[in-house]
Design a protein around this ligand. Structure first.
Ligand code: AGP
Length: 607
């Protein structure tokens, strides 16, 4: 999730581009760059790291050009570096491009272009766009862009500038956001409204499959076939700060609502009808045959994703899995050797304990696969193989979209290992892939019920102690639900394997300790209901979560939250959504600092 911006008008472009990028920096801060047209030359300035580095690079004596494009990067393909920073050019520096999204088929296109003699400077998927433009240009820029759009697959919002077209920007979008700002004799294009709010409140919000040709005289909108499109002008009422949160009150709520897209992006290019494709992990059958044990090692929410991963890998790939808290694993002299596969999970890729556990595992000869959200992070650089979650930057301390995409990472890894080992029939893998493709829409269905959860949360906000219970994968999700509530509402919450309550903790259950009971695992559903009856018998108020259709739950609890039906192994991605929303609304009701809870940091880089 990068930030892109473009300007054409009468004012000097660079200050406007840099100001826009500042507003988009929450979308990515691995590197930044701008390109302007000066004396018929494309002038590119880019730098690694936060935007301030680019401002220093530009200094005060920059080009007075009135046309340009800019980019702030969240690395996906190619680690954060100077050469991988956008904008990217073709061989002759005739075309320059900024892009937000993922070009799925960039590797095959790159090979095709290299065969034709093109020279690539970076590792990025985006640079392919500039070389394709060079290859397809036949006299008009719009035509060349349309040909490129016919060739590429994936998600993109892109802006193109050509040296020989000094009064034109061409942009297009599919599955990545883009708005066009309408000024007085000047026009803007950007990833979102935040970047241009200081200059205009009149915007076109582009839809998927639309491209725009912007000149000083105006903006023309077309579909990808070149047919004109009429657009309604949207009058923006937001203030800039609210805009950065996309109109949401907190980054956490915004990130909760970004999960359908994050889940879709994380499966991009990795699912075929009956097969999972993990280009990032190349474990051969011979190598996997050597593996007799798997460890999943992580901290906090990432560890909770590992708990789900254990069941999936054991059930699908028939490999024994141990899940370890990184701060324990690193000092426990774990039985790890070159027959061990160690999976480290980390949103930030910088958590000190997880990093040390990774190094410990490598020192003992293990093969290390990382599941992380940050390209270029230390964990991603030191692991042997990396499965990136494409959740985009996660700003709120409480992890939400990173967790659900980590769960998806566990599903992909479990299926991949079963595929290499041949432990699951093709039909079963196809069944799971079909169900997984439905998950983003089912998450959206749950998000559309937010108001119900908000009501529930208001009655829950006065609670001081609560328990989350579940069996099997529900227990793993109960762990995450209780952590979310603890870390942002400061309510003491514990998660318990439902069958374990009667061995002691049941003593704590009273009418003052509400219980949240998760019951989606069909093979232990009845057992969980009987555990619910145990706590009800001690007057606890119970909120139940189960699949639509499980009406028997309603008879046993005070309030039911129904989730769309899916297969049990995938239900954690759905069941956690109401728990994230509950924690969020309880935290708001208690007046807590939702995005920056006390005593916590987004990435714990100390022991
Ligand atoms: C989760 O909401 C917390 N922010 C915390 O538990 C977090 O999951 C943990 O610190 C691990 O972080 P990582 O995924 O970046 O390694």
């Amino acid at each position: 999730m990068c930030g892109i911006v473009g300007y054409i008008g009468k004012r000097v472009a660079i200050p406007i581009l840099v100001d826009g990028l500042k507003k988009l920096e929450y979308r990515g801060y691995d590197s930044a760059g701008v390109a302007v047209l000066d004396c018929e030359k494309i002038v590119v300035s880019k730098s690694v790291g936060k935007l301030v580095a680019l401002e220093e690079e530009l200094g005060q004596s920059y080009s007075q050009s009135c046309i340009g494009i800019g980019h702030t990067r969240w690395a996906t393909h190619g680690r954060p570096s100077q050469v991988n920073a956008h904008p990217h050019c073709d061989c002759k520096q005739d075309f320059v491009v900024v892009h937000n999204g993922i070009i799925e088929n960039y590797l095959e296109l790159k090979d095709m272009l290299i065969e034709k003699g093109h020279k690539f400077a970076s590792e990025t998927d985006t640079e392919v766009l500039a070389h394709l433009l060079e290859a397809y240009y036949e006299g008009d820029l719009e035509g060349a862009v349309r040909n490129v759009l016919k060739t590429i697959r994936g998600s993109y919002a892109m802006v193109v500038l050509r040296r020989q077209d000094p009064n034109k920007l061409v942009a297009a979008r599919k599955d990545s956001p883009m708005v066009v700002g309408l000024g007085d004799g000047e026009f803007f294009v950007a990833s979102d409204i935040t970047a241009i709010l200081n200059y205009t409140r009149k915007v076109y919000i582009l839809d998927d499959g639309e491209m725009v040709v912007i000149t000083e005289d105006g903006v023309k909108v077309f579909d990808f076939e070149g047919n004109p499109r009429a657009k309604e002008v949207y009058d923006v009422k937001w203030d800039a700060v609210a805009a950065e949160k996309g109109g949401y009150e907190h980054f956490m709520l915004k990130e909760i609502h970004e999960q359908p897209k994050a889940l879709k992006d994380t499966m991009l290019g990795r699912l075929e009808d009956e097969k999972v494709v993990l280009q990032e992990v190349d474990l051969t059958l011979e190598e996997l045959a050597q593996i007799n044990k798997v460890y999943i090692v992580a901290c906090g929410t990432a560890w909770h994703a590992g708990l789900v991963g254990k069941t999936l890998i054991e059930r699908w790939a028939h490999l024994p899995v141990e899940v370890d808290i990184a701060s324990e694993f690193r000092y426990r002299s774990p039985l790890v050797d070159d027959h061990t596969l160690v999976v480290v999970v980390s949103q930030s890729g910088e958590t000190a304990d997880t990093l040390a556990a990774l190094r410990e595992a490598k020192n003992r000869g293990a093969r290390v696969v990382a599941v992380t959200n940050v390209v270029g992070s230390t964990v991603s650089r030191e692991a042997h193989d990396v499965i990136f979650t494409w959740a985009g930057p996660e700003i709120a301390v409480a992890s939400t979209k990173a967790y659900t995409t980590q769960l998806e990472g566990m599903v992909l890894l479990g299926l991949y290992l079963s595929q290499v080992k041949g432990t699951l029939p093709k039909e079963r893998i196809a069944e799971i892939i079909t169900a997984l493709r439905k998950i983003p829409a089912q998450v959206q269905e749950l998000l559309d019920q937010s108001s119900l959860i908000k009501e529930l949360a208001e009655s829950f906000a006065k609670v001081e102690n609560t328990f989350f219970i579940g069996r099997s994968l529900d227990w793993a999700v109960a762990m995450e639900g209780s952590l979310k509530l603890k870390e942002i509402s400061y309510i003491h919450a514990e998660a318990y394997a439902a069958g374990e309550l009667k061995h002691g903790t049941l003593a704590l259950i009273t009418e003052a300790t509400p219980v949240i009971a998760l019951a989606t695992q069909r093979d232990v559903y009845e057992k969980t209901i009987s555990n619910v009856k145990e706590v009800k018998a001690r007057d606890a108020k119970v909120i139940g979560l189960t699949y639509k259709g499980n009406t028997s739950m309603a008879k046993s609890v005070d309030h039911v939250i129904y989730i769309p039906e899916t297969m049990d192994e995938l239900s954690p991605i759905l069941t956690v959504i109401p728990l994230q929303l509950l924690s969020y609304y309880v935290s708001v009701a208690r007046g807590c600092d939702v995005d920056k809870p006390r005593n916590l940091a987004k990435s714990v880089t100390v022991e």
